[in-house]
Design a protein around this ligand. Structure first.
Ligand code: SOE
Length: 402
């Protein structure tokens, strides 16, 4: 492999706008991750959280009160029409990503969408086209790219420090869906899409693999499994919920909670990944290893301040998130001295910061690589479609059609 290609250059706003010193943010869907979007923009110091929208006036008002946001709306239309809002964050269940994004684009707002961008590749492509035609800045929250040690691996791979890459492998395992009383809208195809675990966390893994090796996944061979085939759905559904005494209804589950996938990349690199949300003891166990002819690099989300460097000719060693030791490309993502741990929300905030600085500069700056666009979200949607097609056809190599 010979360094990174110029990544996804087409996925950025075509029409530069006037730079703006302060920006207004609006949030649609104040659930588990929505709170972190608000927290991240507040840390930037030049963004006002203007309003929150949810499915009802009452739920929006209660979320706004909890997050100290001045305005709340029970409808998307009211939020997208608010002239004080420059950027809309879409953190609803998956089936609402596309309609909310279309409404935001129609009002000329910049959009940061949670992943997956849409329910299918065709729907995601339509969003890319609309966003580019409107000249807005568009981003997808592949938040793990904002970790400094991820950027360190990316820089080392691109600089040839581990030689030509031949293999990328790893896993993303969680256990929050292992009990039959565990439930999420992600398991309902009309709200989450046909794929559950792969769309939710496999999309992060594939985005990261492509980001680190600087090449795209071109074909997949997938086996999808539903381990928990009947679940007891509670009256009130909450992601990462705990056992309770609610009334429950038995429902049949069709989408996967476990996936095993082989991958081929455009530059000849081979890959494999295991994805599961029914793997006891694994909370947010996202790890990825890149093997080159001169060395290996492994990053693990649950130990995110280090990278393992594996070598045939010298001792293996740990690289540390220390601003005095880390590479130039990773240093902007480090905010604390060596030995001071950074975490999930710091990486999340790093990505949000890259996006907002780009917007504030009028869309005329160079897009930082940690900032994923709708083009990356479309790519992820194409991989999800290919994974489903591979499984449907009995586990056969299937091209990622774009
Ligand atoms: C649930 O599986 C979830 O919150 C994902 O949706 C996130 O993207 C991941 O960061 C953590 O787990």
């Amino acid at each position: 492999m010979s360094g990174h290609r110029e990544e996804h250059a087409q996925g950025v706003a075509a029409t530069p706008r006037a730079p703006k010193a302060r920006l207004g943010m609006g949030l649609v869907g104040p659930g588990f991750v929505g709170v972190h979007h608000v927290d991240a923009v507040r840390r930037l110091g030049f963004v006002d959280v203007v309003a929150v929208a949810d499915v009802t006036e009452a739920s929006a008002a209660s979320a706004a009160a909890a997050m100290h946001v001045p305005t709340s709306y029970g409808s998307i239309e009211a939020l997208v029409a608010n002239p004080a809002i420059d950027v809309i964050h879409v953190t609803t269940p998956n089936h609402l990503h596309a309609p909310v994004t279309r409404a935001a684009i129609a009002h000329g707002k910049h959009v940061i969408s949670e992943k997956p961008l849409a329910m299918s590749a065709a729907e995601a492509r339509d969003l890319v086209e609309r966003a580019e035609a409107a000249g807005i800045v568009h981003a997808v929250s592949f938040n793990y790219r904002g970790n400094p040690m991820v950027q360190q691996v990316r820089q080392m791979v691109a600089a040839g420090e581990i030689g030509p890459v031949h293999f990328v492998h790893g896993a993303y395992l969680q256990d929050w869906l292992i009990e039959d009383t565990d439930y999420s809208w992600r398991l309902e195809p009309d709200k989450g899409g046909r794929s559950s675990a792969f769309a939710d966390i496999g999309s992060h893994w594939c985005d990261m693999a492509q980001h680190l090796v600087g090449a795209r996944i071109t074909s997949v061979l997938a086996e999808l499994t539903t381990v928990v085939t009947t679940r007891l759905k509670p009256a009130q559904v909450q992601t990462f919920g705990t056992a309770d005494n609610q009334a429950r209804e038995a429902v049949t589950i069709e989408s996967e909670d476990l996936a095993t996938i082989l991958l081929r990349f455009e530059n000849g690199v081979k890959g494999s990944v295991n994805i599961g949300q029914v793997c006891a003891g694994h909370k947010n166990d996202f790890w990825l290893e890149v093997n080159g002819r001169l060395g290996s690099l492994r990053w693990r989300q649950e130990d995110q301040n280090h990278v393992w460097f594996g070598s045939r000719r010298t001792s293996n060693r740990e690289l540390d998130k220390d601003p005095s030791l880390i590479g130039d490309a990773a240093r902007p993502y480090v905010h604390l001295p060596g030995g001071h741990q950074q975490g999930w929300s710091d990486a999340f905030c790093n990505v949000i910061r890259d996006i907002y600085r780009y917007i504030a500069a009028g869309g005329d700056a160079t897009k930082p690589p940690a900032f994923a666009t709708f083009a990356d979200g479309y790519r992820a949607a194409c991989i999800i479609d290919a994974v489903l097609a591979s499984h449907d056809n009995g586990g056969v190599w299937t091209p990622v059609r774009v």
